[in-house]
Design a protein. Structure first.
Length: 620
């Protein structure tokens, strides 16, 4: 056996190196040094007050919150620019942007999937209150909002639509005249101007009001022009409405002159240009003319049974069946422009509006014959042609007159010539009545054919006998707008010596009572003089000074009622007092803040309209 120089046999395996002990020693030394380092510097490595770190995963996105428009914001589209919507956070693919007329979003007007903030749209064309939100579909197939609905008001530059007085209206009652126009949703106030010229260089009356109505009192005889526009701030206002003509005729007896009331003219706002970043206008698209199915329609207007108002400006509050216009949908249309006129050439409009759907309800409808048409619109430049004019006839119910009447013929009822008085129930929205009197039921030979303004008529009959009467309602132009009433038998008897007959005197009183039963009060609303509207009253030495209220006296009035309340609806008056004078001094503690006040004239059971509502501020 050979041996090497180290004395080991070549046939045997070499011995294993002793590496295990060295590796174990190194591992133990490293572990010991690490533990010593951790124990020595653990306060610096892991602070004792360190809160646990929350990890944000993909399934917990950042919450979405609305930024603009905010709830209750009013947006004026002076240049018809698109509306900007913003929110904080990034919407995922499942998020849907929605706009609706209702806060429950059952019928959204506009939807956009996977929206990006800011989002723009120009598809809202109608004034009114809207709601917007971001939503997701839930497990039941419905939608769930990611934040509460945000409301905002959209106000377009379209002019208010005038309602009453009608165009070229004539009146002999200059004591008090009411003006009405269509409300623009979201608008805070309106400016009405009455001038003596069509260019409005000679402005007779300029007033800012908060409601779509006002009253003008003690109007001198003459020809006037009036118009209205909506306003909010100095730089935000709509276009002026059409100009209507008003003729005040001096046929009525003049009242006793009172101290002149100074007309305060509010200067119009200074027009300032507001820079607007214009978005490029897309090219127009071709839109088909909407299809109208009914070319002619007739509607008998109905009102609430308790309605007694004869003023045309108030009937929209009690109209039970306003007419509805409908048409077919047009592909690509964002809205529809509707026009209603009494003229077939649509040179003057009674009502116009832009609606998002295929229907429009006319709540301000008045009786008469109308022509209407509609066209589709998309954006600012895309419009279809108008549909061919359709006819709508709105009529009133026939007046209710007693089947039989007995009257005494004589001149003691306030007329110089013999006459008899007949009356009937007032028809809401009627501006006059046509009365036919004949000696036969066929009415082939008429004894009388007269028009009256109220629900009563004095018939100048000069002989006794049996007559037949029927009555129909008229519109502002004197056209009949309904069927005649059932025929009434009127028996006229000779009065005899009424002055010496107690029985006939009682009959005469009953006739006067019946004649005045449906007669409207001829008292006008009082004209306020003091205190000035909006005045601030500051207590002296901590005590409120007496407040003097003064107004212009009203002819035939026996007393006046003054009311003070915290709200302009006078739901809970703080103060109410009746006086027979045209002024009153109140020395009573008043709560701080804004207080509203109004008054009316009274005579027995008759009451005038309330005056214009004024307010004053009670300071600290």
């Amino acid at each position: 056996m050979r041996e090497n120089s180290f004395g080991s046999s070549l046939n045997n395996k070499p011995p294993k190196p002793k590496r295990f002990a060295a590796g174990f020693f190194s591992f133990t030394l490293t572990l010991s040094l690490g533990w010593w380092f951790f124990v020595s510097y653990r306060d610096e490595i892991v602070p004792q007050n360190l809160s646990p770190v929350k990890t944000v995963g993909i399934d917990t996105p950042k919450p979405l919150n609305p930024r603009a428009p905010l709830s209750g914001q009013k947006i004026w589209l002076l240049q018809k620019e698109p509306i900007r919507f913003e929110w904080a956070g990034e919407a995922s693919e499942e998020v849907i942007f929605e706009i609706s007329r209702e806060p429950d979003f059952r019928m959204p007007l506009y939807e956009e999937a996977y929206p990006v903030s800011p989002h723009f749209t120009d598809k809202l064309l109608v004034d009114g209150v809207y709601f917007w939100r971001l939503a997701k579909k839930n497990e039941y197939g419905g939608k769930q909002g990611l934040f509460p609905p945000v409301s905002f008001a959209l106000i377009t530059p379209s002019a208010p639509v005038l309602i009453y007085p009608f165009s070229s209206f004539e009146t002999t009652d200059a004591k008090s005249l009411k003006f009405y126009w269509q409300e623009k949703k979201g608008v805070g106030q309106y400016r009405i101007q009455v001038a003596q010229d069509s260019d409005f260089k000679k402005v007779f009356h300029d007033q800012l009001v908060e409601e779509p109505k006002t009253s003008l009192v003690q109007i001198p005889e003459g020809k006037y022009f009036w118009r209205v526009r909506a306003e909010e701030y100095v730089m935000e206002f709509s276009a002026w409405s059409e100009t209507r003509i008003l003729n005040v005729i001096g046929d009525s007896p003049r009242e006793k002159k009172e101290d002149p009331v100074q007309v305060v003219v509010t200067p119009p706002p200074v027009v300032q240009q507001r820079p607007v970043a214009r978005k490029p206008i897309p090219p127009p698209i071709r839109l088909a003319v909407p299809q109208v199915w009914k070319k002619s329609d007739a509607v008998l207007l109905h009102y609430r049974p308790s309605t007694k108002a004869a003023s045309p400006g108030l009937v929209h509050d009690v109209l039970m069946n306003p007419p509805v216009f409908s048409w077919g949908a047009t592909v690509g249309a964002h809205g529809y422009e509707l026009q209603v006129s009494k003229k077939s050439d649509f040179s003057t409009l009674e009502w116009t509006d832009v609606v998002p759907g295929q229907q429009a309800k006319w709540i301000f409808a008045l009786p008469g014959k109308y022509f209407w048409r509609v066209r589709a619109v998309a954006g600012e430049v895309s419009k279809s042609g108008f549909s061919s004019p359709s006819i709508l006839i709105l009529s009133l119910q026939a007046p209710k007159v007693a089947k039989k009447m007995s009257q005494l013929l004589g001149s003691s009822l306030g007329t110089k010539k013999p006459s008899v008085t007949v009356s009937w129930e007032n028809v809401p929205a009627a501006t006059g009545y046509r009365v036919l009197v004949s000696s036969s039921k066929t009415f082939k030979a008429l004894k009388l054919d007269i028009n009256v303004m109220r629900a009563m008529a004095k018939l100048p009959l000069d002989s006794t006998g049996l007559y037949f009467v029927k009555v129909a309602a008229l519109d502002s132009s004197g056209e009949r707008v309904g069927d005649f009433s059932d025929i009434t038998e009127l028996r006229v008897e000779k009065a005899g010596r009424l002055a010496k007959s107690e029985k006939n005197r009682k009959i005469e009183d009953e006739l006067l009572s019946v004649a005045n039963l449906e007669k409207e009060p001829d008292m006008s609303a009082p004209v306020v003089k003091l205190p000035p509207n909006g005045v601030s009253i500051v207590p002296l030495n901590g005590q409120l000074m007496p407040i003097s209220f003064k107004w212009q006296s009203v002819n035939l009035a026996k007393s006046y009622r003054l009311e003070i309340a915290k709200d302009n609806e006078f739901s809970q008056p703080l103060y109410s007092q009746v006086t027979d004078q045209s002024q009153i001094v109140i020395n009573k503690s008043m709560p701080r803040g804004r207080l509203y006040w109004r008054l009316r004239a009274e005579r027995g059971g008759e009451k005038s309209d309330w005056s214009e509502t004024f307010y004053f501020e009670v300071g600290q």
